[in-house]
Design a protein around this ligand. Structure first.
Ligand code: TD3
Ligand code: ZN
Length: 307
C-alpha cells in the first residue's frame, strides 16, 4: 500500500481502543524487521525516524526504502519524523514524502510551544501530513531527575486542553513518568495512569506514550553474556504499557528494545562464529531478533489483526 497519513492509523485506534506501535529505524534491516513483524501480526504500523537517523541514513534513502517496502505489503504504514526539533528538518521531511512529523518544542515555554506547533500544523496539514506535538517533558537517557523535578515535568491536563484546541495537532505526546533509553527508573517503575485518563477526558485525540521500552531482562542478560556492559537497566513492564493503552494511549514509541535485541543477537553470532566474514550472517539474526520484539509489542498494544 502507499504510505498513509499517521492520523488515519491513529484515529481508527482511538475509535476502537488500541494503540499502534511506532518503531524507530535507521537502516534496511530494522525497517524490514518492523514491516515483517507487523505483517505477521496483521497490524497497522508507524515507522519513525529521528533527526539523528535522518543524518545517519539520509532522508531520501529512508523515504525510498520505507516506500518500497510498504508498497509490497497490504497493511497500513505511516512514515513519521520522531522528535523534530529543527524547523528545517520538519520541512525537509514533509517535502521528501514523510506522512507525519513530530514537532517537539516541549523544552520551550508553553506560549512558544503553542506558537511553534501551530506553525508546523498549518504547513503540514496543507501537505496532507499529520502532526504530533509534545507537552510536558520526557526525560532523556542521561537526565538524572529528582522526584520533585519529575513531577514538574508531567503534563498538566488544563494546559493539554488549551494546547490541543489552539494548535489543532493530530496527536499529543504526554509526560507520564517515562524516560528514553535503557535506564528509566531508579527504583520501582512509576507511571501516572490516572493522568492519562484525565488528559484523555479533556482532549479526546490520540495520545502518545514515549519511552515505552520494556528493557527485557533476558535480552540484557544475553547482551551481557556476550560482552556488553549495561548498568542499571530498567524499563516499562508489559502490563503497564497495556494499562496505559486501556487508559487512552493510541501510539507507543519503541526504540531501545529493538536496539538491545539487535546488539545482543549480533554479539552472540560474532562470539559463536569467529570465522564469519559475511555480514549477512550477523545482520540476518539481528533482524530476526527485532521481528520478535515488534511482534511481542503489537500483541501488548492490541493492534494485531486490525489491518
Ligand atoms: O521517541 N522514542 C524513540 C527515540 C528514543 C531514543 O532511544 C521513544 O520514545 C522510544 O523510547 P525507548 O523507551 O524505546 O527508549
Ligand atoms: Zn520519544
Amino acid at each position: 500500500m502507499p504510505l498513509l497519513p499517521m492520523s488515519v492509523l491513529l484515529n481508527k485506534a482511538n475509535a476502537e481502543g488500541y494503540a499502534v506501535g511506532a518503531f524507530n529505524t535507521n537502516n534496511m534491516e530494522i525497517t524490514q524487521a518492523i514491516i515483517e513483524g507487523a505483517v505477521a501480526e496483521r497490524a497497522p504500523v508507524i515507522i519513525q525516524c529521528s533527526e539523528g537517523a535522518m543524518k545517519y541514513a539520509g532522508v531520501d534513502t529512508v523515504v525510498a526504502m520505507v516506500k518500497a517496502l510498504a508498497e509490497n505489503v497490504d497493511i497500513p504504514v505511516a512514515l513519521h519524523l520522531d522528535h523534530g526539533k529543527e524547523f528545517d528538518n520538519i520541512i525537509k521531511c514533509i517535502r521528501a514524502g514523510f506522512t507525519s512529523v513530530m514537532i517537539d518544542a516541549s523544552h520551550l515555554p508553553l506560549e512558544e510551544n503553542i506558537a511553534m506547533t501551530k506553525k508546523v500544523v498549518e504547513i503540514a496539514h496543507a501537505a496532507g501530513v499529520s502532526v504530533e506535538a509534545e507537552l510536558g517533558r520526557i526525560a532523556g537517557v542521561e537526565d538524572n531527575v529528582s522526584t520533585s523535578e519529575r513531577d514538574a515535568m508531567l503534563t498538566d491536563p488544563g494546559e493539554a486542553e488549551r494546547f490541543v484546541s489552539e494548535t489543532g495537532v493530530d496527536a499529543l505526546a504526554i509526560a507520564i513518568g517515562t524516560a528514553h533509553g535503557p535506564r528509566k527508573f531508579k527504583g520501582e517503575p512509576k507511571l501516572e495512569m490516572d493522568l492519562i485518563r484525565e488528559i484523555k477526558s479533556r482532549v479526546n485525540i490520540p495520545l502518545v506514550m514515549h519511552g515505552a521500552s520494556a528493557v527485557p531482562k533476558e535480552v540484557i542478560d544475553k547482551a551481557v553474556r556476550y560482552g556488553a556492559e549495561i548498568e542499571g537497566a530498567s524499563g516499562v513492564p508489559d502490563e503497564a504499557v497495556s494499562q496505559a493503552v486501556a487508559n487512552g494511549i493510541n501510539k507507543v514509541n519503541i526504540d531501545t528494545d529493538m536496539r538491545l535485541a539487535m546488539i545482543a543477537a549480533m554479539r552472540e553470532v560474532l562470539h559463536n562464529n569467529p570465522k564469519a566474514t559475511d555480514p549477512r550472517k550477523v545482520l540476518g539474526p539481528a533482524k530476526d531478533a527485532i521481528v520478535e520484539i515488534v511482534r511481542h509489542k503489537i500483541s501488548i498494544l492490541g493492534s494485531g489483526a486490525k489491518a
